[in-house]
Design a protein around this ligand. Structure first.
Ligand code: BLA
Length: 517
């Protein structure tokens, strides 16, 4: 506890979580010298697992532990090892008096890593690995018609495979903050859907590890770490690099986070797009939960399939939204062409100017007349006029858009945050004071805290208190005064509508002139 009192949101990116010098004690670890195949490092909990203290294993060949035929089997594999974990399929039962173990092997940091995992009594790997089930799951993921549908299916499937109390799909925004976009839970659990978390909940070095490993598993978050002996393997100046170790001990600050969350076990699967973390499938359980290596493999398989399908589903989504925007834009313009009162057509028809794409509201401002179309709310008249005054002065060119008005004018952005933190404005003609504009509220106004009985806490004695509620407050700070960004298709629609309105205005002007002559 003394250590992590010093860890804060600003320095937790620097904790060397790949060098903990300890493991999670549900299994045990041996490191072999790649040349001699002798044991050069062991976790201190070998005695509890196999009745042999670590000290008695150091300097020994594997045969000291495994018996002749198993030793031969493992030794044959050693030269082929890489960073990628290999599972020795057969159950190891030759170990003195211990239950069954599976052996996970890899090579890294000039060491051969042998991680022994106990096999849970309730090991359901065989039934879950049923090929026809896998086939069906894959088929469902393929036919999902949107990213959201893909997320919902993946959450359901991972929960069906593992029976975790909660499986959530956590998606990252460009600023690395995240949102729960889908979940599957045991009955009676409070929903997390829609909850937001700041980037700092998963620091950068942890993200880097989750790019290298598809799965992180913490079967019992209340464990006492088992140290490695000796601290540094011979010829190493520091503890060994556990980047690819399955048993790698967890950062104390994250364990505290899980404790405050009431989560006793977690499993997280990376969702990767173009070499970047797109999101994670995070699983939580109220009690410790040992999931077999095979089932974890299957969940990785779901994660990899999800990742490879993401691009296609995103294109589908973008395409569907684009089509919708274009269809509503044409509808709006057709109805406006058929009506003499342009202002009324844009603000009272179906759709209105505000109904073409996602926004809080829209306004038509010409010849000193202002009319609004609302979805949510537009700024009250005095503020709208203030905004127009500002746009007349500062919005150069035909199109102006920002997702943070405050970044351009702090006072104005502050005053309009609830309705127009983001503004998309098109000027009807060069030099004209007439505008069409769309507004969006501050993102925070569109998101509310859905967590239960979890009041915000103050930092006590400089000590960080970690909880989802606290995370939500932290996330809010990072997006203050910002609306969701405007998409290209939205700006394009705004420009097309502007063109139409400008043409109509010109036509009306000509008619008026013709009549006057
Ligand atoms: C790791 N933090 C993680 C992980 C997740 C989260 C998923 C991966 C490890 C795991 O599977 O448990 C966060 N979990 C979440 C979030 C949701 C969730 C956001 O389910 C939402 C649905 N954590 C903090 C702060 C720090 C911090 C302030 O909140 C640092 C000061 C650190 N988080 C931290 C560290 C790790 C981590 C160091 C890496 C743990 C490891 O792999 O050893």
């Amino acid at each position: 506890a003394a250590d992590h009192a010093a860890v804060t949101i600003t320095n937790c990116d620097t904790e060397p979580i790949h060098l903990p010098g300890a493991i999670q004690p549900y299994g045990f670890l041996l490191c072999l010298d790649p040349a001699t195949h002798l044991i050069v490092q062991a976790s201190e909990n070998t005695a509890t697992h196999v009745g042999l203290p670590a000290a008695e294993l150091l300097g020994q060949p594997l045969g000291r532990l495994l018996g002749r035929s198993r030793t031969a089997e493992v030794t044959a594999l050693l030269p082929t090892l890489t960073e990628t974990a290999r599972l020795l399929g057969t159950r190891l039962e030759g170990i003195a008096g211990a239950p069954f173990y599976k052996l996970v092997l890899h090579r890294f940091d000039r060491l051969l890593w042998l991680e022994f995992e106990p096999v849970a009594e309730t090991d359901t790997s065989a039934s879950a690995l049923d090929l026809s089930r896998l086939n069906e799951a894959l088929g469902q993921l393929l036919t999902a018609d949107s990213v959201l549908a893909l997320c919902e299916l993946a959450a359901k499937q991972v929960r069906a495979i593992t029976d975790f109390d909660r499986v959530a799909i956590y998606r990252f925004a460009p600023d690395d903050s995240g949102e729960v976009v889908a979940e599957a839970t045991a009955p009676g659990l409070a929903p997390w859907l829609g909850l937001r978390y700041p980037a700092s909940d998963i620091p950068q070095q942890a993200r880097a590890l989750y790019l290298k490993n598809w799965l992180r598993f913490i079967p019992d978050a209340r464990y006492q770490p088992a140290r490695l002996v000796p601290t540094c393997p011979p010829g190493h100046a520091r503890p060994p690099d556990m980047t690819y170790s399955v048993l790698r001990s967890v950062s104390p600050i994250h364990l505290e986070y899980l404790h405050n969350l009431g989560s006793a076990a977690t499993m997280t699967i990376s969702l990767i797009e173009d070499g970047r973390l797109w999101g994670m499938i995070t699983c939580h359980h109220l009690t410790p939960r040992l999931v077999s290596y095979e089932l974890r493999d299957l969940c990785q398989f779901i994660g990899k399939t999800f990742s490879s399908l993401l691009k296609t589903k995103q294109l589908q989504d973008g395409y569907a939204y684009r089509l919708g925007v274009q269809a509503r834009q044409s509808q709006l313009l057709e109805q406006a062409a058929a009506q003499p009162d342009l202002l009324a057509a844009l603000t009272q028809g179906s759709p209105t100017l505000a109904g073409v794409f996602d926004c809080g509201g829209a306004a038509v401002c010409f010849e000193q007349q202002v009319a609004c179309a609302q979805v949510g709310t537009t700024p009250p008249a005095p503020e709208l006029h203030r905004l127009l005054g500002w746009l007349r002065q500062h919005a150069r060119g035909e199109v102006f858009h920002t997702h943070s008005l405050a970044a351009h004018d702090a006072a104005l952005g502050q005053a309009l945050r609830a309705t127009a933190a983001g503004v998309l404005a098109v000027r009807l003609a060069p030099g004209s004071d007439d505008f069409l504009l769309w507004v969006r509220p501050e993102q925070v106004h569109t998101v509310t805290w859905a967590g239960q009985n979890d009041k915000p806490q103050q930092l006590a004695n400089g000590q960080l208190f970690l909880s989802p509620r606290q995370s939500f407050e932290a996330w809010k700070q990072t997006v203050e005064l910002m609306a969701a960004p405007w998409l290209e298709v939205e700006v394009e629609a705004a420009v097309a509508i502007r063109q139409f309105v400008a043409d109509q205005q010109l036509r009306t002007l000509r008619e008026v002139q013709a009549r006057a002559e």
